[in-house]
Each structure stands twice: as C-alpha cells, then as structure tokens.
Design a protein around this ligand. Structure first.
Ligand SMILES: Nc1ncnc2c1ncn2[C@@H]1O[C@H](COP(=O)(O)OP(=O)(O)OP(=O)(O)O)[C@@H](O)[C@H]1O
Ligand SMILES: [Mg+2]
Length: 299
C-alpha cells in the first residue's frame, strides 16, 4: 500500500513490507500490569520510509521490538514480506553494541551472522565506518568512544548488512545537532539510492518531516496511532526541504497533534493497579476516573 502521491523510483528488488494487525502489548502481571501499547494496525509498503513520533513511554520502542521479533505481542500479529531469511536490522535506542568487541567486530557482526566471507565483511564494515566518520576507530572498544560515536557504530552495524527492512529507534538522538543534520541527509541519500523499507522512531518532528514518506503520530500510553501526515516533498529530496514554508506549516500542525499527548504523558498517570490504589488513598475523590483506568488496564 503506497501513501505518497508523488512519482517514486521502483523499490530495490529486495525491500520488505510490514503489516501489523491488532498489536497490543501489556507488561507484568496482576497489580503490576501495564498496558503499554495498542491496539495498533499499520501497513508499511516495500520501499516506504515511515516515521513514528509520540510521547515518551507510549510504546514506540516496544512496537519496533515486536516488528523485529524480539518481543512477543500480547495480542495481534506482524507479517513481514521479504525475499531474504534475515530481512531486518535494528538500530537500538541504547546502541545495543557489544562492549567486549572492537568497533570493527561490532559493525561486522551482522555480516558474520550471515556468513559473509571475512575479507568482504571487513571491507564492508570499514566502508560503513568511513561513511560514518569512524574510520580511525575500527580497533577501539566501545567504552573508549563518546555516546554519539557509539550511536554511529550501531548505525553502521545495521547499514552494513544492507537489510531489506531497517528498524531505527531514535538513531540520531545522541548526536550533536550538526552531525545529526549531516547523517539525516546521508540517510536520505542511502534510502533514495536503494530504497529500503524503514520504520524510524524519533522525537524530532523536523527529522520525521525531512526523512519520511509518511509521519505517524502516536497517543500517550497505551500507544495507538492517532494521526498520519504525508510530507509534501517530492523524491529524491534533499535537506533543502527544511527551508520551505510547507515544512514549517506541517511541523506546526504535527506539534499541535502531539502537544496534548506529550502533556498527558508528562503529567504521568499511575502505571499500575498498585500505584493507582496508593494514589486513591491519598486522593479518594478521583476514585471514579481511577476505576475507569483500572478497568482498562485489567481488560
Ligand atoms: N520489559 C519491560 N517490562 C516492563 N515494562 C516495560 C518493559 N518495556 C517497556 N515497558 C513499559 O512499556 C511502556 C512503553 O515503553 P517503551 O520503551 O516502548 O516507550 P517509548 O515510547 O519507546 O519511550 P521513549 O520515547 O522514552 O523511548 C513504558 O511504560 C515502559 O515502562
Ligand atoms: Mg523508546
């Protein structure tokens, strides 16, 4: 299913599609149970770049982990259409790199798993390290790098396997503003040259608008999709779109959609039945609303 009306080049021969149907996730048991996510339905077409924004704690990382097959949904299912056996690579919010491996070995990791011959794997890993400005750090260990550099190792590791599906969880969050802009532009180029399917979580509306064919807005927890916008910028696009009046207008519109959800998430509701009970003892007049929330969590 395509959600952009401008002409796009044909997707790369290998680009996977994602269909999520009725996804829900709850964590914990009994009084500690938290309804983190859903229900949520989403179709991401082959070669589509889909960005997700939403308040902290609304289940974005959980959703990406479910798509990656790392977390099981409590309800619903994910169908991935792909040509290869390991179609997806993920860039984790907390980098997800191994501290005991050198930078080069970390970037080579996915290639080793796919049994790419060592010489070719080394060359590809070094190429991606170079593109991400880390050529001189191949033999270092992650603990000797800054947070932004570790984040780039994690990005290089995902890109090195040239996956059909890229799952990126705030991949640029730890970078300074200048490098972030440079890498956004580089990712645009990579994805437009060889259109991969990308599911990209970010807190930056600007980033979502520069990169996305589609921007999805999630509600406060339990996260559901509440709106979707299609940035009106033709492909191939460059970072120049940041300067257009439509860009500012859509950024403002998205912020209006998101503001209430962020406020709701930041005036944090109790997470669990146990916390609700405690709060009700302190503030018995709000019992009605808390009972309603309780039913939702228990359901
Ligand atoms: N393994 C877990 N066990 C218990 N609760 C969890 C677990 N993972 C996530 N949660 C809860 O699920 C909710 C959603 O978490 P998640 O990390 O998906 O949010 P997020 O939208 O990615 O937030 P952020 O923008 O801060 O990264 C939170 O309330 C979190 O505490
Ligand atoms: Mg997260």
């Amino acid at each position: 299913m395509r959600h952009v009306d401008q002409e796009l080049p044909e997707p790369a021969a290998q680009a996977g599609g994602i269909r999520a149907v009725g996804i829900e996730r709850r964590f914990g048991r009994g009084a500690s149970r938290v309804h983190a996510l859903g229900p949520l339905d989403l179709d991401v077409g082959a070669g589509e770049f889909c960005c997700i924004v939403g308040p902290s704690g609304c289940g974005k990382s959980t959703f990406l982990r479910i798509v990656a097959g790392l977390v099981k949904p409590t309800a619903g299912r994910v169908e991935v259409t792909a040509a290869t056996a390991h179609p997806a690579a993920m860039v984790f919010q907390n980098y997800g790199i191994s501290p005991w491996k050198t930078v080069l070995a970390n970037v080579r990791f996915g290639l080793d798993l796919r049994r790419v011959p060592r010489k070719e794997a080394d060359a590809r890993a070094r190429d991606w390290l170079g593109r991400l400005g880390l050529a001189d750090f191949a033999d270092r260990y992650p603990a000797t790098l800054s947070g932004g550099m570790q984040q780039r190792v994690s990005i290089a590791r995902a890109l090195a396997v040239e996956p059909e599906i890229l799952l990126m969880d705030e991949p640029f969050a730890a970078l300074d503003a200048q490098l972030r802009t440079i890498l956004q532009d580089e990712l645009l180029e990579i994805c437009q040259a060889d259109r991969r399917t990308v599911l990209f979580v970010t807190h930056s509306l600007e980033e979502a608008l520069v990169l996305g064919d589609r921007v999805l807005v999630m509600s406060a927890r339990p996260g559901r999709l509440i709106a979707e916008r299609v940035p009106p910028f033709a492909r191939p696009r460059t970072g120049e779109v940041r300067r257009s009046p439509e860009f500012a207008a859509m950024q403002a519109e998205l912020w209006e959609l998101l503001r209430g959800e962020v406020e709701q998430a930041s005036t944090r509701k109790p997470d669990t039945d146990r916390e609700r009970d405690r709060e009700q003892h302190r503030n018995p007049k709000q019992g009605g609303k808390q009972e309603k929330d309780k039913e939702e969590v228990a359901s």
